[in-house]
Design a binder for this molecule. Structure first.
Ligand code: GLC
Length: 482
């Protein structure tokens, strides 16, 4: 068979073995990681705190499917700004949605002047309102749920103090500040009739949107440019909220910000490549877990290994070729890696073509074999490590069976991510073999409903409902919910 491993030169076989050792996380290690994860989740809820922020979000109920009303939602993601208008209809668990997407200009992600960011967002919202409602000057104020998917401390649901930028963003003058008045000011300046009523993390939105249509949904996860999860805790289990004197069984959604897990490098099996990524990132020492899993970094890990194997004289892949394009940091994104894993041809023709066209590198068949294996190893490690977080929340909450709503480009598009994650969960939680392969796993990670659209609308609706019911906990501007 052309390209079978037996044809590989000895040094490449040895190299593949070495990479397999480096990137494989075995069952025992998965278990150790998830056990440590449980204690770190606990620490994050304590008064002293830990590296996982465990931010209370003031989302204090699951939806029951009977929420109604019309809301705007804004999602400030990495590639797009999405604006939606969502109507939760009288039909149980149903909604209508209209939406527009606007490109997020790359240069805004690292601008020195944060006003440029807020002005751009206000312009997009202005355009949306004018298109769907007509002259802004004549429109009544519309409530908006703002999905801001970065770690933000929330003393109130309508406030969000950015702890630090993640996912490659680095905009001056926003860290440590409340982002809501910044957006409100830009909206006021342009006369856009919108008021930010709730600040939402994508994971919380995902959990709530998914629970709207499936009551078994207990956790929301994002496996995309970043990686994070939210779940519903009880206030009595959150020592850092004890001073509020709320009844112990009051529900409170927690945005874990688990990307920060193991920032102190106690358990994660980091390679020299992971260390290099962290060192050269805008926030070294932060988001240790996320940097091994999230879409932003998968292509970069892969690139760093290939450059290293080229420069290493004993291996010297792509011998004699100019790898200048490959040397450019962040030149390969996770879709490049997906492409390699998806190549359907025995001789890896598509991978050969991609390397030739995009990187100007002509690969030999043994090199292609190594490339494919490396992509598998990196993608598998990401999926298996992700499962440690899901298992940790389930262990902490003693969930023996539930659904987990997941969203994000890696979850939705990366080949085998779901199956690899499911396999890892089975290993961590010691599930027995299924008698029927079609049977559900006790804990199933499923594609979520639209968190930053429907989820944001539901959170606005749930908040409105509790304000009306007289529960003003965590509401800075009750008048905005009237
Ligand atoms: C990063 C952000 C977090 C977000 C996640 C997924 O980890 O810090 O807030 O939920 O990416 O988008």
């Amino acid at each position: 068979m052309a390209g079978s491993k037996t044809d590989l030169p000895q040094n490449l076989i040895a190299q593949i073995r070495y990479l397999e050792d480096l990137f494989t996380v075995d069952t025992q290690k998965l278990k150790a990681i998830s056990d440590h994860f449980v204690s770190e989740l606990d620490k994050g809820l304590s008064v002293e705190g830990g590296s996982i922020p465990m931010n209370p979000t003031w989302v204090m109920a699951f939806p029951d499917g009977h929420e109604t009303g019309t809301y705007l939602a804004l999602d400030m993601g990495g590639t797009n700004l999405r604006v939606c208008e969502i109507t939760l209809t009288d039909q149980k668990s149903e909604f209508d949605i209209i939406q527009s997407k606007y490109r997020m200009p790359e240069e805004l992600k690292t601008t020195n002047n944060n006003e440029e960011l807020w002005d751009y967002i206000a312009d997009c919202l202005h355009q949306f309102v004018e298109t769907h409602h007509g002259d802004c000057a004549k429109v009544d104020v519309l409530p908006l749920g703002f999905t801001f998917s970065y770690p933000a401390t929330q003393n109130y649901i309508d406030e969000g103090i950015l702890q630090r930028w993640t996912k490659g963003f680095d905009i001056n003058g926003v860290e440590g500040k409340n982002v809501v008045p910044m957006l409100d000011a830009a909206l006021a300046k342009r006369g856009v009739p919108i008021r930010v009523t709730a600040l939402i993390n994508d994971t919380t939105g995902t959990m709530i949107a998914s629970a709207y249509t499936d009551t078994k949904m207990k956790i929301g996860c994002i496996f995309g440019t970043g990686c994070n999860a939210a779940y519903m805790e009880e206030v009595g289990q959150i020592p850092k909220l004890a001073q509020l004197n709320l009844p112990a069984d009051t529900p409170m959604a927690i945005n874990c910000e688990w990307g920060a897990f193991d920032n102190e490098h106690k358990v994660l099996p980091r390679t020299s490549y992971d260390v290099a990524i962290d060192r050269d990132s805008p926030r070294p020492g932060q988001q240790a877990f996320e940097k091994m899993i999230a879409g932003l970094y998968l292509g970069e890990i892969f690139r760093l290994v290939l450059v290293d194997l080229h420069d290493n004289e004993e291996v010297n892949i792509f011998k004699g070729q100019d790898i200048a394009i490959l040397r450019k940091p962040y030149s390969l994104d996770s879709s490049f890696l997906s492409g390699v894993e998806e190549d359907p041809f025995e001789n890896l023709q598509e991978t050969y073509d991609t390397f030739a066209q995009k990187l100007n590198i002509v690969c030999t068949l043994p090199e292609l074999e190594l490339i494919r294996r490396l992509a598998e190893l990196i993608g598998t490690r990401a999926a298996r490590l992700s499962a440690c977080g899901v298992a940790a929340i389930c262990k902490k909450k003693n969930y023996k069976s539930c659904h987990v709503g997941a969203d994000g480009s890696v979850f939705n598009k990366y080949p085998h991510f779901k199956a690899r994650g499911a396999q890892a969960l089975k290993e961590i939680l010691d599930w027995p073999e299924k008698s029927n392969p079609k049977e559900e796993d006790p804990i199933e990670v499923l594609a979520a409903e639209d968190g930053s659209g429907v989820g944001a609308a539901l959170i606005a609706a749930l908040t409105l409902k509790r304000v009306k019911g007289g529960n003003l906990a965590g509401i800075l501007h009750p008048e905005h919910f009237k």
